[in-house]
Design a binder for this molecule. Structure first.
Ligand SMILES: *Cc1c(COP(=O)(O)O)cnc(C)c1O
Length: 430
C-alpha cells in the first residue's frame, strides 16, 4: 500500500480540486448555479456580506458557487492562495493592471507579448497614463534596466504567444524581488501543467482560460491567481490593497484578508465596481475542460514537437521557432522550465514570404484557419495581417512576426494526419 499524499498530485487535483459532490442533491458533476441573487438569512447577514465582514454569496457579478469552484481549482493547480475568475483573458490582465496601478504609474513589460496585451497596454498608456516600459531584451538584466522610480510591477508571459519563447521567470522574479515589485506572469501558453510560475517566484498569475484550460475552444474566460506572498504594505503605492475603503466602513484589505489581499482587491474593485464577471455556464465548461488538462498537454507537446521537427527540415521553410527542438535559440531555458516541451503554439516562416504564407494557410484542409489557440483541434493563422495587425512595425519585429510568418496551434489529432496536411499545403506553395 502506498500512502495517500497529503496534497494530491497534479492530475488528481485537475479532476478533484475545488469541487465535491453537491451536498444538497449528491450530484457528482459541479452544478451550474444559474441565479443572480442569493437569499439572505437576515438583514445583519446581508449587511455583513456587503461590507466584507462575512463571506457569502450575494449577487453573481461578484461571486457565484459554480464560478467559485473554478477559482478554487485553478488556484490549487497554480499553487495560489486564491483566484478570481473573469469574463476573458483580456479582462484578467486589465483588472490586474488597474488594481495595482493608478494614472501616472508605470510598469516594466516584456517586449514579447500576446498582441492583445500589447494593444491594451498602448491604449491604457494613451488614455489613462499607465506607462509601459518595454525591456530592451528578454534577459532579467534587460528587465532590471527598464525599472524607474514610477515602476509598480513587472509583466511577462511564461511561454510567449506566438513564438514559443520560454522566459526566465525565476531570473525576472529575482529582479522583481530586489526592487520590491510584484511579478505578473501570463501563464496561458504553458498552463499549470507545464509551468507553475508561483513556484518560480511570480506573485500574480493570469490566464486566458479560452485556450488550454477550457481546451475545446467553446468558451471565453480568464482567471487571476494571487500567490499571497507579496508584502503590499511595505510602501503606500498599492493603496487599493493597503489603504482604507471609506465606503466599506474603513475596510483595509491587507488587514482583514492578510492571506490573499490582492485577490480580494481584484474582486471588490474589479468585479463589484468594474463588472466583467464570468458566467456560471462558462465556468462549468472550463472546469470540465481542466479535468483532462494533464493528458491533453502531454499529447499537445508531443504532436507539436513532431510537426516542428518536420517543418524544420522542409526546403520551403526558412525557420521554425520552437525551442523544444535541439539547436534552437532559447533551448537551454526550454529544457530547464519545460522538459515536457514548450506547449503547442509556435511560429515558422516560409522562404516564399507573405504570398507563400497566405497560400499555405488557405491550402490546409484538416488544420483550421482561425484565430484561437490551445484547442483540441489544430489551427493556423497569419499573425501579421490578423492578431498582430494593429501593432507598429517595431513591435511586430519584437514579437518575431514578419509577413512570412505563420502561427500554428497543434491539436490532438493523429500526428501523421497533421504532417500529411502540412505536406500537401507546402507542396502547393511551390
Ligand atoms: C488569448 C490570450 C489572451 C487573451 O485572452 P482572451 O480570453 O482571448 O481574452 C491573453 N494572453 C495570452 C497569452 C493569450 O494567448
Amino acid at each position: 500500500m502506498t500512502d495517500t499524499p497529503k496534497t494530491p498530485r497534479f492530475a488528481t487535483q485537475a479532476i478533484h480540486a475545488g469541487a465535491s459532490p453537491d451536498p444538497a442533491t449528491g450530484a457528482r458533476a459541479q452544478p451550474i448555479y444559474f441565479t443572480n441573487g442569493f437569499v439572505f438569512d437576515s438583514t445583519e447577514q446581508a449587511a455583513d456580506i456587503f461590507n466584507m465582514r462575512r463571506t457569502g454569496f450575494s449577487y453573481s457579478r461578484g461571486s457565484n458557487p459554480t464560478v467559485a469552484a473554478l477559482e478554487r481549482r485553478v488556484a490549487a493547480l497554480e499553487g495560489a492562495k486564491a483566484a478570481v475568475a473573469v469574463s476573458s483573458g483580456q479582462s484578467a490582465l486589465l483588472l490586474v493592471m488597474l488594481t495595482l496601478m493608478k494614472s501616472g504609474d508605470a510598469y516594466v513589460a516584456s517586449p514579447r507579448l500576446f498582441g492583445g496585451s500589447l494593444g491594451l497596454m498602448r491604449r491604457l498608456d494613451g488614455r489613462y497614463d499607465l506607462k509601459p516600459l518595454f525591456a530592451k531584451g528578454l534577459t532579467p538584466a534587460d528587465f532590471e534596466a527598464a525599472i524607474t522610480p514610477e515602476t509598480r510591477a513587472i509583466i511577462c508571459e511564461s511561454i510567449v504567444n506566438p513564438c514559443a519563447t520560454v522566459m526566465d521567470v525565476e531570473g525576472i522574479a529575482e529582479v522583481a524581488r530586489r526592487h520590491g515589485l510584484p511579478l505578473v506572469v501570463d501563464n496561458t501558453l504553458a498552463s499549470p501543467a507545464l509551468i507553475r510560475p508561483i513556484e518560480h517566484g511570480a506573485d500574480i498569475v493570469v490566464h486566458s482560460t479560452s485556450k488550454f484550460l477550457g481546451g475545446s475552444g467553446q468558451t471565453i474566460g480568464g482567471v487571476i491567481c494571487d500567490a499571497g506572498r507579496f508584502d503590499w504594505a511595505k510602501t503606500d503605492h498599492y493603496n487599493l490593497i493597503t489603504g482604507e475603503w471609506p465606503d466599506y466602513d474603513g475596510l483595509v484589505i491587507t488587514e482583514r484578508f492578510p492571506d490573499n489581499p490582492f485577490a480580494v482587491a481584484c474582486r471588490l474593485f474589479g468585479l463589484r465596481d468594474l463588472g466583467p464577471g464570468l458566467s456560471p455556464m462558462n465556468a462549468f465548461l472550463t472546469l470540465t475542460g481542466i479535468e483532462t488538462l494533464p493528458l491533453r498537454m502531454a499529447r499537445h507537446c508531443a504532436n507539436a514537437r513532431t510537426v516542428a521537427a518536420y517543418l524544420k527540415d522542409h526546403p520551403a521553410v526558412a525557420w521554425v521557432s520552437y525551442p523544444g527542438l535541439p539547436g534552437q535559440p532559447g533551448e537551454a531555458l526550454a529544457q530547464r522550465y519545460v522538459p515536457q516541451g514548450p506547449g503547442s503554439i509556435f511560429t515558422f516562416a516560409l522562404k516564399g514570404g507573405e504570398p507563400a504564407a497566405l497560400k499555405f494557410i488557405t491550402s490546409l484542409e484538416l488544420i483550421s484557419h482561425l484565430v484561437n489557440i490551445g484547442e483540441i483541434k489544430s489551427l493556423a493563422i497569419h499573425p501579421a495581417t490578423t492578431t498582430h495587425r494593429q501593432l507598429p512595425k517595431d513591435e511586430k519585429e519584437a514579437a518575431c512576426v514578419g509577413p512570412d510568418t505563420v502561427r500554428l496551434s497543434i491539436g490532438l489529432e493523429n500526428v501523421e494526419d497533421l504532417v500529411a496536411d502540412i505536406e500537401q499545403a507546402l507542396a502547393q506553395v511551390g
